[in-house]
Design a binder for this molecule. Structure first.
Ligand code: ADP
Length: 415
């Protein structure tokens, strides 16, 4: 708070006037009064000069105080401008302020990025230059009329969520603040979730229907179904299928929602690999499939860091596919090679192979090549493989030729 300095009262000028007056009276009344009057006159003049000086000095002081205050206010406002600028620049949400003339008064880099080149976003740009979509223009007009609005705008390849908020300025004019959020990922996740639910319920319907038919047959006293299958066996087969599906669904959902945390541990390849092959032989033998592991000799003593359970799950999925889709008596080979900075795991079979049109889709959830539908499965195994490989910092790829077998290659980082 600033206060103007006060001069002492009674005023020096009034005192000087009194002294000058005294001199005039004294000079008129008595000749000696002239000397006394002269002294009074000089004293009066000096006092008037002194007051003038004091006033000048105090004015100068007031001026320099004002300048100081002005400077500090300017500094403060510069700091606040800088802070505001920093906030706007670092916001992930786009912000556009439209003034009462419906022209852009402020915007941030995120707004420019999100609206992309289809909007001519610039200071002073007019509303129709920035947005041409009728719904957007209508919503902004509603905000000018005082109603807050929210809507979705598609600007390829993005989906944007816009909000228009009316803002009164000090002079009473109406501004509109637009905030722009990128909801592309949220939308994609929502679509995936809906597709997942619809696929999962569709897949579950088949075994549930199987159980119902078999149970109804049993109720009617039929032990064997019209197709020749024993009804109890049909029920068990459907229950197994449902269990397999539910396990894969919950596993995939744990991976996709990030609930699955990898627990890396040292794994000695020379020990891990023979154990895995031994377990998988139990699946391969009934179909007389020869399962082989080929580990580069230099890797026998090698210790890698990975989650053993998840690495096992990934390879088990690939090997069990190779075993179940390959013809009886054929060969499935698992090779491990080092190609710095990667450790390469290759699962090769001489099964039916995968057509190019299917190869593009087999890593999608529930996708099964039409030619292999007769073989039991959930269509989720390769989706789990893909996600596990990504989670481990690697990737999976496929090379295949119809009728000549398939080769799945998993690259995992190996520092
Ligand atoms: P599932 O094996 O339970 O059907 P996956 O997700 O593991 O599901 O595989 C998806 C589809 O990819 C399979 O249904 C099959 O059509 C095809 N596929 C996977 N591995 C092989 C393979 N080794 N040989 C031929 N086709 C395969």
């Amino acid at each position: 708070m600033y206060r103007t300095p006060q001069l002492p009262a009674p005023s020096l000028a009034a005192l000087a006037l009194v002294l000058i007056g005294t001199w005039m009276v004294a000079a008129l009344a008595h000749p000696r009064g002239l000397i006394l009057g002269g002294v009074c006159f000089l004293a009066g003049i000096s006092l008037m000069l002194l007051q003038g000086f004091l006033r000048f000095d105090s004015q100068a002081r007031v001026k320099s105080d004002l300048e100081l205050e002005n400077l500090s206010l300017r500094n403060l406002s510069q700091k606040e401008d800088h802070l505001r600028q920093g906030i706007l620049v670092n916001l992930r949400e786009g912000v556009v302020l439209l003034d009462s003339q419906k022209e852009v008064r402020l915007y941030n880099p995120a707004a420019q990025l999100l609206l992309s080149t289809s909007s001519r976003l610039a200071m002073g740009a007019s509303l129709p230059g920035v947005f041409r979509e009728p719904e957007t223009l209508r919503n902004i007009e509603m905000a000018y009329a005082g109603k807050e609005t929210e809507w979705t705008l598609r600007r390829d390849p993005r989906s944007l969520r816009l909000r228009a908020v009316p803002i009164d300025s000090v002079d009473g004019s109406q501004n509109v603040l637009l905030t722009i959020g990128d909801i592309t990922r949220q939308e994609a996740l929502e679509t995936t979730r809906q597709k997942f639910i619809s696929n999962a319920s569709h897949e579950l319907k088949t075994p549930v229907t199987g159980i119902r038919i078999a149970a109804e047959n049993l109720m009617d006293g039929g032990f064997v179904a019209p197709g020749g299958e024993i009804n109890i066996q049909a029920i068990l087969r459907s229950v197994d299928r449902m269990t397999m599906l539910l396990n894969d669904i919950s596993e995939l959902s744990r991976i996709e929602t990030g609930a699955l945390r990898l627990q890396a541990q040292p794994i000695q390849l020379g020990v891990f690999l023979p154990q895995l092959i031994e377990e998988m032989r139990r699946q391969a033998e009934p179909r007389r499939i020869a399962l082989k592991a080929e580990l580069e000799p230099s890797l026998d003593q090698m210790v890698m860091q990975a989650d053993p359970l998840r690495l096992h799950q990934l390879l088990e999925n690939l090997l069990s596919n190779a075993i179940k889709f390959s013809p009886e008596g054929s060969e499935v080979v698992l090779q491990v090679q080092s190609r710095a900075p990667w450790l390469i795991w290759i699962v090769q079979d001489s099964g039916p192979g995968i057509a190019e049109s299917d190869a593009r889709r087999i890593f999608e959830r529930f996708y099964r090549a039409p030619s292999t539908r007769g073989v039991p499965g959930t269509g989720l195994g390769l989706a789990i493989v893909k996600h596990l490989a990504l989670l481990m910092g690697g990737e999976v790829s496929l090379e295949s030729e119809l009728g000549k077998g398939s080769t799945f290659t998993v690259k995992l980082p190996h520092p």
